[in-house]
Design a protein around this ligand. Structure first.
Ligand SMILES: C[S@@+](CC[C@H](N)C(=O)[O-])C[C@H]1O[C@@H](n2cnc3c(N)ncnc32)[C@H](O)[C@@H]1O
Length: 397
């Protein structure tokens, strides 16, 4: 439903300041020609010393800062007007999502869904994954008491932060009509490429099912042991009808096209296989956190001057090659008709590989300048990125 931006924001504001029904809100994305202070703001209602406050968790891509505000209409309206493109407000009876288009219109989607207010100030309640969910025990992240194992804290955090990005991206894609609203008959299809021990695969499944979203999840990994272990866990948890694992090379997978492709640290060019497979299959949303990068580094024999001043230092050459690789990936995705953002999905202390490529299919025709830039980069560095070879239909040369 399209309404005026003013009406959409006023309604969102009304719902946030109504402390008898408000549950939480998320502000993300950036409106055209506007700058935002944070990459994402989560708002929830908390009771502190008997007083109801709005708690803002503001994430700048590196760290989250928290502040508490009185539920004041003027302040909330100002925040909603500060440049965010996606606004989701959850109240006890519905989820109200606004996507502000490039032309400044508000596309509103309302989903009837019951939620409960949780007013505790306790930080644990912010968690998307219940640490006592049996899947965490089965995959080896939590112990029998539902406590996250110290050695698995970083992986747990990576997975949870990944879901924190998946959730609004999915809501926005549904609100924009890019992904059909999932139903039991036509569930959301997600594939996790290079799933390994399937921490993320199971987490995405459990999180979406618990959020009332019918889903079919497939985990792909070349290792037969992973497939057998993960399928056995799915069976033990009684969820094998909605999650399955296959042992295949990503580039040769027999899996069907999906709505969403995710990949967390698929090694080296397996990330390119994942992006290539998802793009060729027309996936609407890609959330890809790359791992090690060797492809471009191996090809970077002679750097164009004056960059030898940098590439003569092995460490810097390696880091530069990582950035160049992901720049090529982002550029190819743009050329393939995706809107691309590069974000840090989790703080660096939980993994140095904390960059994520978030790509949403828009089918926009590529600008000639984007193709020219790509070809010029490739020519200057004397490299052909692995991903290009996996996207032959782009006919880029
Ligand atoms: C670093 S692990 C990451 C696993 C998991 N996503 C996680 O974050 O815990 C990379 C996984 O990708 C798998 N892999 C690497 N190349 C692959 C390919 N070409 N096809 C399928 N799986 C691949 C490996 O077997 C390994 O399990």
């Amino acid at each position: 439903m399209q309404i005026t931006l003013e009406d959409g924001l006023r309604s969102a504001c009304d719902q946030i300041v109504d402390t008898s029904t408000f549950v939480r809100a998320v502000l993300s994305g950036r409106r055209r020609n506007m700058q935002v202070g944070f990459e994402r703001i989560d708002i929830r209602l908390v009771e502190i010393k008997g007083v109801l406050n709005l708690q803002l968790m503001q994430n700048d891509g590196r760290a989250t800062t928290t502040k508490n505000l009185a539920p004041d209409r003027v302040v909330v309206q100002e925040l909603l007007d500060s440049g965010y493109a996606n606004i989701m407000v959850e109240s006890v009876s519905q989820v109200y999502s606004i996507r502000i288009t490039k032309s400044g219109d508000a596309q509103v989607h309302i989903e009837k869904r019951e939620s409960q207010q949780v007013l505790s100030h306790d930080k644990k309640k912010d968690r998307l994954l219940d640490s006592s969910d049996p899947f965490l025990l089965e995959v080896g992240i939590a112990d029998a008491k539902g406590v996250i194992k110290p050695s698995r804290q970083d992986k747990y955090k990576q997975v949870e932060e990944f879901l924190r990005i998946l959730s609004p991206a999915l809501n926005a894609a549904i609100a924009a009509g890019h992904i059909q609203k999932p139903t039991v008959k036509t569930p959301l299809n997600i594939v996790d490429l290079g799933c390994g021990h399937a921490y993320l695969t199971f987490a995405a499944h459990q999180f979406l099912i618990n959020s009332g979203i019918p889903v079919k999840v497939v985990g792909i990994d070349v290792r037969v042991e992973s497939r057998d272990r993960n399928n056995a866990i799915a069976k033990k948890l009684g969820i094998e009808s909605t999650i399955e694992f296959v042992a295949e090379e990503i580039s040769k997978t027999t899996s069907q096209p999906v709505d969403i492709a995710i990949a967390l640290h698929a090694c080296d060019t397996a990330t390119d296989d994942a992006i290539g497979w998802a793009v060729n299959g027309g996936a609407q949303l890609l959330l890809i956190a790359p791992c090690c990068h060797h492809d471009i580094q191996k090809q970077m024999d002679a750097a164009p001057e004056p960059w030898t001043a940098l590439t003569k230092f092995g460490l810097m050459k390696e880091r530069l090659a990582d950035l160049i690789t992901d720049s090529f990936r982002a550029q190819l995705l743009r050329i393939a008709g995706y809107r691309v953002e590069i974000i840090e999905f989790v703080a660096g202390e939980h993994t140095p590989r904390n960059l994520m490529i978030r790509a949403v299919k828009t089918d926009a025709k590529p600008d000639a300048i984007d193709i020219a830039r790509y070809l010029e980069m490739s020519s200057q560095w004397g490299v052909i990125p692995a991903l290009e070879k996996k996207l032959p239909t782009l006919n880029i040369r």
